[in-house]
Structure formats: C-alpha cells, structure tokens
Design a protein around this ligand. Structure first.
Ligand code: ZN
Length: 567
C-alpha cells in the first residue's frame, strides 16, 4: 500500500530555555522597525499614533501567545522613545541608544524576566532605581517579561510606582497570561492584545527568510512548518533552524515530515479514501500501520477530522483555495474527495469522527475506538436530501386516514373499490391458493408484506384476532380506533384478509375502555367535530396515541410536536 517513513516521533518540543539555543534565525531576522513586525497591524498603528501625538502612556501591557512579537514590539517602542533622533516612529537603529537596545545592554532600558525576579525585594530595588533620572536617554524604560509571575507582594509594591510614576518612567509589561495580573495593575496599563499570526503571514515570512538564506523548501513543507508553529513566528523560525541544521540547503518533504513527526498526507488521505469508498479492509490496514509505527492515534484522528472539514469547506465554498490552508497538490486531492459525496453524508461522518476524537483522548484503547468509529463511518446510511425526505413523508401522509375528526359515515360503507382522483391503492392480484389452517400470525406476516403502514398500526393494537369471518380489533387508544374505523383502511384490510384466507370478513372494533378516551365515543360517536379535534390535539401534544409514522418522524428529527393541523 505505502511505506511509512520511520518517524522521529512526536515533533519538536520547544521551551524557552531550549529555544534560546536555536534562535539563530529568529535573532537574525528579529524585527528592527515597526513595519517589520508581522501580523500585529493594529498594535503597531496605535503605538505609532501615540508616539506621533506625544501621548505615550507610562505603562503598557502586551498580551498574547508566545512568539507573536511582544518583546520585539517592546524593544522597538523603547528605541522609538529613546532614539537619539527621536522620539520617532522610525528609530534609526544606528545611534548608540538604538544599538544598545538591540543588543540588550542599554543602561536606561532594563529587561527583566518576571519569572526569575518575581519577589518583593526585586520590585523594591526597581522602585529605588526608578527615582533616578536616566543616565543618557529621555526615558527610563522597564520591560518586564512574563509579568504574571510576580508575587502578590511584588505586584503591590509595583502598584505604588504605577500610581505615581516619575515623568521619565515607562513600563512595558509582557505576558501570555493576562488573567493572572491583578485588576489594580491592569487598570493602570494601556493594554494591547497581540494576535496569533496567521498561517498565511507565517508562510510568507518564512519564504522571505528562506529566500535570503538560500535554502530550498517546498510550499507544502513551509506550510507544515507554519502549522507546527501554531501562530508563533518565533517557533516557526526555531523549527526552520532545526530543519536547516538537519538537511542543509536542500530539504525533502519527507525530512520535514520526519523532523516534525507529521503524519504523511498520503497516509491520512488513504484512510479518508477508504471511508469514502466504504473499504473497511483498507481502513483497518491503514490504522494498523499508523499504530505499529507509533504515531499518535489522537493526532491521526485529528488529521482525519481536519481533512473532512476541508472537504466540506471545499464543497460549500466559492473560493476554496482562499479558504483552505493547503498546497496545490493537497487541494486537488480534496477536490477529488469532494466530487462524489453529499454534504449531509460528510456531516454524518464528521459527527462520528468528532465524537471519536473526544473518546480517544479519554480512552486506554484509542486504536479500537478509532477502528469502530471508522466502521460506523463506513456503514453509514446514505443520507437522503431533506427535500426527498419531505416528499416521502408527504406521500406517507396521503396514505393516512383523512376522516380524522369526522364521524364515520356508515351509510357509505363498504366504500367503492375504485377511488376517485386515481390515487394508487394496494390492490390484490390473483387470489392465492386457500390457506388451510392459516393462523393470525401468518396473516400478519402477509400483511407486513402488503402494507407496512397498516401492519405498523396493527402492531400498536392491544389485540388483533381473526375468528370465523370476523377480524376483531382491540385498540389501546382513540387514534388507532379512528384509523381502523376509516372505510379505506377497512376496505384494504378486508381485501388483504380475503386474499390470504380466501373468505369474506367483517371488521369488529372493540371500544377503548380507558377512562377519558372512551368519552369521545359516547353519544354514539356523535360529539361535535370541533370539540373532538381539540381533545385530540390535546392528546397528541401530550404524546398520547401517536401515529407510529409520526413517532418515527419525530424520532428521526429529534423533534417535538408543537402544533398540528388536519389537511
Ligand atoms: Zn536611534
């Protein structure tokens, strides 16, 4: 089928300390101007406006995920404020102040790691120092990274400074967890929420860097790197560093997949194909291979889910290329999958998978859950388009008795065999051989075959007996009573019984004995139509005496009855 590459399992873990040793590209390509920061246009513009208008706050809070440009933005802001040619929205990056800030050794711009300087003593020291004027710049700037790590006491000490900051002081706090910062601090900061960087932006930037570095990487691989970075520009560059140090200037897609622990697209697509083509054997084989190679079943399930999402998006979108983060090759695969399948069927598959993914995370036997879920997807029933379903229901409804609410006209009984309007009724063909000793049970089998609708009503009776030339019907509720009182139904039933037993029958309907129900049929069933309808309505709304067809429709759509009317 296919060969699985031996994976360097489970991708790359990057934590801050580890990242530091990789940051070759990230450092080399660290933004030096506001314009270089990718994907944070709103923050950039607002800060630039503040600088231009001279309304720079004393405290800023930069929040957002890791690697989205918070620290870079803080440094550029510091340069803008302290550049010898400033304050300016375009720091020169040439003067001593700018150069020192870039290198991180400017005496007036202090970068503090909140995680390792989190106590009250450090903040007290900061408060002491901040009183003194900057030694050679306009402002004394404190950049505190991971500020949420400060202790409660440290925050309290900091608050006092923030309440009355010296004119030359500017604080720039950065955090990935703003909810851990006391509201008293938050309220004194101008807050900027940094967004995760879009795949498109990351890809474009990686392409730019690769071009400058003279490294060749396919679009599909660039996309994989960007996806693995999960919205973090810095992570994307760290991953790129690793890939370059592994593969040099020419890196194959397979290398990238191996380094990232990404499950090869072709494997994911073979399972999708097996599901769409209802090929259980192939599906089990793919899952087995995935399992044997030690790939994460949960990740695999997520990849499949993602692919079905893409197929659905492809089907419904006018411009799928814009909507889907896929390479051209992948896009044409998705197009192939989308061609022959209905959206409703895809939704059915998606729901099964979604549930599977949830179950797999909790399960000790994830492989088995995936296998069984795949079987469910393969054994899916073809989904009937809603319009076709409604048409079917309306055909069924036409077969239902229409005299509900009316008193049965016994004068016209038995009804004529040929109906006006040409509606097709079940008509028996040649009389079969007489059935000696045929029982009621045998007849029910025959009836089931002839009219599933009448049969389903018979099933809901309390009793159904054939004795001599009588069919004795004992309903449990007034709905079935009315159904069997219908002259059309009686005529059909008699015809079927005649065909089966080869003799004529009379139908006897026993009265419903249930209290309340019975009252409807007192006065020889001559209650006014209006009051009868309203009582029926009440019962139907309560769910009593429901027609089996309605019950099925109700169950199918998980609906509830809020109203009904006679046609
Ligand atoms: Zn400068």
């Amino acid at each position: 089928m296919f060969d699985l590459p031996s994976p360097f399992l489970q991708g790359i873990r990057i934590d801050e300390s580890e990242a530091m040793s990789y940051l070759v590209l990230a450092r080399k390509w660290r933004p030096a101007k506001f314009e270089d920061i990718v994907g944070q246009g709103f923050v950039t513009k607002t800060l630039q406006n503040a600088i231009t208008s001279g309304r720079v706050a004393h405290a800023f809070l930069f929040t957002g995920a890791r690697g989205v440009g918070k620290t870079s933005m803080a440094r550029i802001l510091a340069k803008s404020l302290n550049c010898e040619n400033g304050p300016t929205v375009s720091p020169c990056n040439e003067c001593e102040n700018c150069k020192e800030i870039t290198a991180g050794n400017c005496i007036d711009v202090l970068e503090i790691d909140g995680a390792s300087n989190r106590g009250i003593d450090e903040v007290r020291e900061l408060r002491e120092n901040i009183k003194y004027f900057p030694s050679k710049s306009r402002n004394k700037i404190y950049i505190i990274d991971e500020v949420h790590m400060l202790t409660k006491e440290a925050f309290n000490a900091l608050l006092k400074t923030l309440e009355e900051p010296p004119a030359h002081a500017v604080f720039i706090f950065a955090t990935t967890e703003p909810h851990k910062i006391p509201i008293t601090i938050l309220s004194r900061c101008q807050r900027f929420d940094f967004k995760k960087i879009s795949l498109k932006d990351i890809c474009a930037h990686l392409k730019f860097i690769l071009g400058k570095e003279g490294v060749k990487l396919s679009d599909a691989s660039i996309l994989q790197v960007a996806k693995a970075a999960n919205g973090s520009m810095r992570d994307s560059q760290s991953i790129l560093d690793q890939i370059i140090s592994f593969g040099g200037a020419n890196i194959s897609d397979e290398d990238v997949n191996n380094i990232l622990g990404v499950i090869d697209r072709s494997i994911i697509y073979s399972l999708v194909k097996a599901v769409l083509q209802k090929d259980a054997g192939m599906a089990f084989q793919v899952i087995n291979n995935i399992y044997n190679y030690g790939y994460d079943i949960n990740q695999f399930c997520f990849n499949i889910l993602e692919t079905f999402r893409d197929i659905i998006a492809f089907k419904v979108s006018k411009d799928p290329k814009e909507l889907l983060d896929l390479s051209d090759g992948e896009l044409s695969e998705i197009e192939g999958f989308a061609k022959d399948i209905d959206v409703n069927e895809l939704l059915l598959i998606f729901n099964i998978l979604y549930k599977a993914e949830e179950d797999i995370t909790k399960s000790l036997t994830p492989k088995m859950i995936l296998e069984m879920s795949v079987m469910k997807m393969i054994n899916r029933f073809p989904v009937m388009p809603l319009a076709a379903l409604m048409k079917k229901i309306s055909l069924l409804e036409k077969r239902l008795p229409r005299n509900s609410g009316n008193v049965i006209d016994m004068a016209n009984y038995p009804p004529k065999t040929v109906k006006s309007g040409g509606e097709k009724r079940p008509v028996s063909i040649a009389p079969p051989a007489p059935r000696a000793g045929a029982s009621t049970k045998d007849f029910l089998e025959f009836l089931k075959d002839k009219s599933i609708l009448i049969y389903s009503h018979v099933e809901s009776l309390k009793a159904f007996d054939v004795k001599g030339d009588e069919i004795i019907i004992t309903p449990t509720n007034s709905y079935t009573t009315e159904y069997f009182e219908s002259s059309e139904i009686q005529s059909d039933l008699k015809q079927f019984a005649h065909d089966f037993f080869r003799r004529n029958f009379q139908i006897l309907i026993k009265k419903v004995e249930k209290k309340g129900e019975n009252s409807l049929y007192s006065n020889n069933g001559r209650k006014s139509n209006a009051s009868k309808s309203s009582q029926r309505m009440e019962r139907v709304l309560k769910g009593e005496g429901m027609d089996p067809v309605f019950s099925q429709v109700k169950e199918l759509f998980e609906g509830e009855i809020i109203d009904f009317k006679y046609l």
